[in-house]
Write a protein that binds this ligand. Sequence first.
Ligand SMILES: [Zn+2]
Ligand SMILES: [Zn+2]
Length: 185
Amino acid sequence: MSNTCPICFELFLPPRHQPYILFPCGHTFCKICIDSCAKNNKTCPFCRAKFATIAPNLSLQSLVQMANDKNQDYLNQLRQKRDEMVRNGTFSESHNQANNSALRQMSVQQQSGKSIIDAAVDHAHVQKCKEELKLMTIKAEVMREELHLAQTKMHSSREAIKTKEHSLNLLSAEKNDALERLRKV
Ligand SMILES: [Zn+2]
Ligand SMILES: [Zn+2]
């Protein structure tokens, strides 16, 4: 069962898009879509069966809510981590320690020449690159997660298009049928 309404593609989340199940056909649509396109003639937008009654689809609703919360939590965690690293200028504790000890070494052994300074600079550079790599990895993770959400949404849009095409076929079959009958009259 899809997480999104097959008519408007929105996630089944209350209050506006709370999922409602139609009886007896069992198809589910969001509140707004039922209100706007099924209420008057009381036929299911998918199978066009007359429905007698509707009820909130609570099990689907809680599933959607749970999945959504989990996704948002994960994405927020990643974003927080990313923002933190950006705020800290990507310098970690270990990097600062390494830098300090390198500087101490430099001041003690200043006379012994250029090579120690070079080594310290190299070391600091390597640390900085490592931190940048870490930040990039997290950024990539955020983007991957966002891509995943977009793909999920695209998938349900495709499903929605299929549903619409199905309804369209039914409608045109009905139209042909009506024309046929009209011709006989
Ligand atoms: Zn809808
Ligand atoms: Zn139906």
